[in-house]
Design a protein around this ligand. Structure first.
Ligand code: NAP
Length: 242
């Protein structure tokens, strides 16, 4: 299992009780002391698709589940190529993307440059809810206020002319999101279409307020067999053994 997501932890936990299945979760190793999933764990990159293919073969892996985050741009392609080379079955486990509905005012963007253009043209006060790694392009806009929300402080903090840092860990419900938006007079939220079955608090709050959402589309993924839930992934694994 290529992990690092809530779904991958849940999948590892679901399969842990079955002594007939040996599971190995792979983590990229981005954080110094990651939460460890149940079952076996390995940490660190494989060295591209070739490295992953070699790993699948030497470890005699029967099946791979790509449960990496929807915004992990590279790993899905590596998994597809490696699974083909090593002749290993592959499943993609991914939460469904959020879809705009009635009352939503979404502007979908393919990259942050597009988002910067929209914000520079249309916004005054922005909640930047994109994590702490990709803030830099927005610092070029000097006449817009940014409320930057992240779990940990950006290091280094890009040189924003007018910004405030809000260190805070979700999930956030719609009531508290609405209160924040109103207190800070926010007119735009910039975020990623991370998706999930539970409608996110900021999405609900934005809908109620008719707020502009600048939403980054997910990166392209290869066409592989896919499921949206952990239960379906477990069923796929069990079906392999029949
Ligand atoms: P990425 O762009 O798809 O991957 C970049 C490189 O990191 C890959 O080529 C691979 O290196 C290594 N890698 C990624 N996932 C790995 C895994 N599960 N096990 C071993 N190596 C892995 O991915 P990313 O966006 O940097 O994300 C890294 C990890 O963080 C993923 O596991 C993902 O699930 C998790 N994550 C990402 C986000 C996000 O917004 N991007 C959010 C939450 C969690 P090699 O080519 O050397 O094998």
């Amino acid at each position: 299992m290529l992990g690092g997501t809530t779904e991958a932890y849940a999948l590892a936990a679901s399969l842990a009780g079955d002594a007939s299945i040996r599971t190995i979760t792979s983590l990229a190793g981005r954080t110094t002391s990651p939460r460890l999933p149940q079952g076996e764990v390995r940490i660190g990159g494989f060295g591209g698709a070739e490295g992953l293919a070699a790993y699948l073969l030497t470890q005699k892996i029967d099946a791979t589940i790509d449960a990496t985050h929807p915004f992990s741009a590279r790993m899905g392609w590596n998994a597809a190529a490696a699974a083909k080379t090593a002749q290993v079955k592959l499943l993609r486990l991914a939460r469904p993307a959020w879809q705009a509905g009635p009352g939503d005012h979404w502007i979908d963007v393919g990259d942050w440059d597009e988002a910067v253009s929209v914000v520079a043209r249309e916004s005054r006060r922005v909640l930047l809810a994109i994590g702490r790694q990709e803030l830099e392009p927005f610092a070029a806009i000097t006449d817009v206020f940014f409320l930057i929300r992240s779990v940990e402080a950006p290091e280094p903090m890009p040189g924003f002319a007018n910004a405030e840092l809000l260190l805070s860990r979700g999930p956030f419900d719609a009531t508290s999101e609405r209160a924040l938006i109103e207190a800070q007079n926010i007119d735009t939220i910039v975020c990623k279409n991370s998706g999930g079955s539970v409608v996110d608090g900021k999405l609900k709050a934005a809908r109620g307020l008719g707020l502009r959402m600048v939403m980054k589309r997910r990166p392209a993924r290869p066409e592989v067999a896919s499921v949206a839930t952990v239960d379906d992934a477990v069923a796929w694994v069990r079906a392999l053994k029949r």
